[in-house]
Design a protein around this ligand. Structure first.
Ligand code: ZN
Length: 445
């Protein structure tokens, strides 16, 4: 608890919430949810209409936190359709900052912040950076974009609040990033996991020895990644790597983050209500199971969201964390819910099967998943291209390898697949020549 209590004397923000008694936390969440629902019912036509459709009056119908399950989800399309200001809950004159997310939709998703929202945001980012080891003594280099996206400015103000020395380098120009890291003696790098590896690659090419840097921590976010990538970043940059999670529609960075235990990201539950649902049925999944993260803001003024479907897949971790924080954690984001395939009632992200296969022989073979229906029963078949590493002269050895693959995948997803080794050119491909990761043959049979 040392890491938390060291901040008590400044009263910059209230870190005591992070160790709240769970019962008190639920009470606080209920009060804040009540206020939020009242506000959106009164001020946002979209929510008023939605609530009325199901006969939900926040003042009377929210008795318990579970009552939120009666409310419909809010989707990214809903936010996009309300472009630009339709879902704001305050008049524009009270909004002091506007951000928007990039996206595949016609209209970007626009979000706003009141002065109080910005204060809250900085506090929450400060908390997350503090739990990731950052202090006033650090020099922090932020390689997230500074612009309409929330990443750069979001981290920036939280880092300033802690008192760290901020280097707002923004994205790109890797060689310059490395020079600044060296000359300015950066101790904390904020980056997407893949960009951290781009920096490592470029340092190799330039002959820069990472041991000569002052780097202590790499704070990662912004994309789904794996434990293997974390290991690689740690080994190549000689720094401790933590994961954190943010999403523009909900706030930006600061929603959840790992402490130095690095065993899941604590959700800042005094400001956000987190649910994990089955993306196809919308029903909650049990703790530990993969599902889609749904978030409700509890304190946002300008742009509150109710049951926002993030599209991000993760698991809720309810076991206590050794750091002493009582906020529940979410696992790393394992993928996007639009990538999920359901076979025998199990949610599977085809990309993650590749991770399992990669671990077995140290190389990721070309592969594809096929869902097959025989009678009333569904099966998962994994077709794997025979590569140099997977080819054995002896049939016995090849069979043993297939057994290992079947076992490892079964342990990972909970159902036993059939494994078929086939020629690389026999894998089905799209018009661009890329292997199709998932083929659903169930509808054809
Ligand atoms: Zn912890």
């Amino acid at each position: 608890m040392v890491r938390i209590s060291r901040w008590h004397h400044d009263h910059i923000w209230d870190p005591t919430h992070e160790c709240m008694d769970p019962e008190q936390l639920r009470q606080l969440q209920l009060e804040r949810l009540q206020a939020t629902l009242n506000r959106v019912y009164k001020n946002v036509a979209f929510y008023k209409k939605r609530f009325r459709e199901i006969g939900f009056v926040p003042e009377d119908d929210l008795i318990d936190l579970d009552d939120i399950k009666r409310l419909p989800f809010t989707s990214s399309e809903d936010v996009s359709n309300s472009y630009p200001y339709e879902m704001f809950a305050v008049p524009l004159r009270e909004v002091v900052r506007v951000h928007s997310s990039s996206g595949t939709m016609v209209n970007p998703r626009v979000v706003g912040y009141t002065r109080q929202d910005l204060k809250t945001w900085s506090n929450l980012v400060a908390r997350i950076l503090t739990s990731a080891g950052v202090t006033a003594d650090d020099v922090i280099q932020i390689t997230f974009g500074y612009g309409m996206l929330t990443g750069g400015l979001g981290i920036h103000y939280g880092a300033e609040l802690i008192g760290a020395s901020v280097l707002p380098t923004s994205t790109g120009r890797t060689e310059r990033q490395i020079k600044i890291m060296k000359d300015f003696r950066t101790t904390v790098l904020v980056s997407t996991p893949s960009y951290a590896l781009v920096i490592a690659d470029r340092m190799d090419e330039l002959g820069v020895d990472p041991k000569t840097l002052s780097l202590k921590y790499v704070v990662c976010a912004g994309e789904p990644w794996t434990e293997e990538m974390r290991q690689e970043i740690q080994e190549r940059l000689f720094a401790l790597v933590t994961d954190n999670y943010g999403i523009s529609e909900v706030m930006g960075p600061g929603v959840a983050g790992e402490c130095l235990e690095r065993a899941g990201m604590h959700v800042q539950e005094d400001h956000f209500l987190a649910e994990v649902i089955d993306p196809s049925s919308g029903e909650p999944v049990p703790p530990g199971e993969l599902g889609e993260l749904v978030l409700t803001t509890l304190t946002k003024e300008a742009f509150p969201v109710i049951r926002y479907r993030t599209g991000d897949l993760c698991r809720i971790i309810e076991t206590p964390c050794a750091c002493g924080r009582t906020f529940r954690r979410i696992s790393r984001i394992e993928g996007r819910s639009d990538q999920v395939v359901v076979i025998k009632g199990v949610n599977i992200v085809p990309e993650r099967i590749g991770d399992v296969l990669e671990k077995i022989k140290g190389e990721r073979p070309p592969y594809q998943l096929v869902a097959i229906r025989e009678g009333h029963e569904d099966h998962l078949e994994i077709r794997i291209a025979i590569t140099e590493a997977l080819f054995y002269d002896k049939m016995r050895e090849q069979r043993a390898l297939v057994d290992v693959m079947r076992q490892k995948v079964a342990n990972f997803i909970g159902i036993t697949p059939r494994i078929r080794l086939i020629e690389n050119r026999s894998l089905r491909r799209d018009e661009k020549g890329n292997v199709i990761l998932f083929i659903d043959e169930r509808k054809l049979q």
